[in-house]
Design a protein around this ligand. Structure first.
Ligand SMILES: [Cu+2]
Length: 173
């Protein structure tokens, strides 16, 4: 019984670790350059896949910049930060991507948005944690999404089982 209990405990820990790694990515906006006028945010964003449950992190000198989330495409294009949905100025600001769709961010410092310091990202339905998948209303999402989530859950459970067996062998339960 002791061996079984240890195995179950390791199984649970391994499952949690694997699922967290697989399901929630952290995107540091602009990569190593961070949130800055010199960063090309279009090209940075085109190389990233934003999924539900992921986070954006804006890193910058709080005396120089800020982050203003604006409500739509027109405000984004014209750098109109008066329609802000949310604004942050701590210099290490985390934004949780909790539903599919496009979001728009700009720097609140005068002139910076016009110099290109703005970001448009689209969150896609990906390997969302099951509680968020159940509560978010996504009428436009395809029927493939629940299937891929089910597949990944089965896949990660399978990996966890294999790792548990290997650890049990290594530790000679
Ligand atoms: Cu700025």
């Amino acid at each position: 019984m002791e061996a079984l209990r240890k195995s179950l405990l390791i199984f649970a820990i391994v499952t949690v670790i694997i699922q967290n790694k697989a399901m929630a990515a952290q995107h540091v906006v602009g990569g190593s350059q961070g949130w800055d006028e010199s960063t090309d945010f279009n090209s940075w964003a085109s190389g990233e896949t934003f999924k539900i449950g992921d986070t954006l992190v804006f890193r910058y000198n709080p005396g120089l910049h800020s982050v203003v989330e604006v409500e739509g495409e027109s405000a984004y294009k014209s750098c109109d930060t008066s329609s802000s949905v949310n604004s942050m100025s701590a210099g290490n600001d985390v934004v949780k991507l909790n539903k599919p769709g496009t979001r728009y961010f700009a720097c609140g410092t005068a002139g910076h948005c016009d110099q290109g310091m703005k970001l448009k990202i689209t969150t896609v339905t990906g390997n969302a944690p099951s509680n968020q998948a159940a509560t978010s209303s996504t009428p436009s999402s395809s029927s493939a999404a629940p299937n891929s989530r089910r597949f990944s859950t089965v896949f990660f459970t399978f990996i966890a089982v294999i790792l548990t067996i290997q650890m049990a062998l290594v530790f000679q339960f």
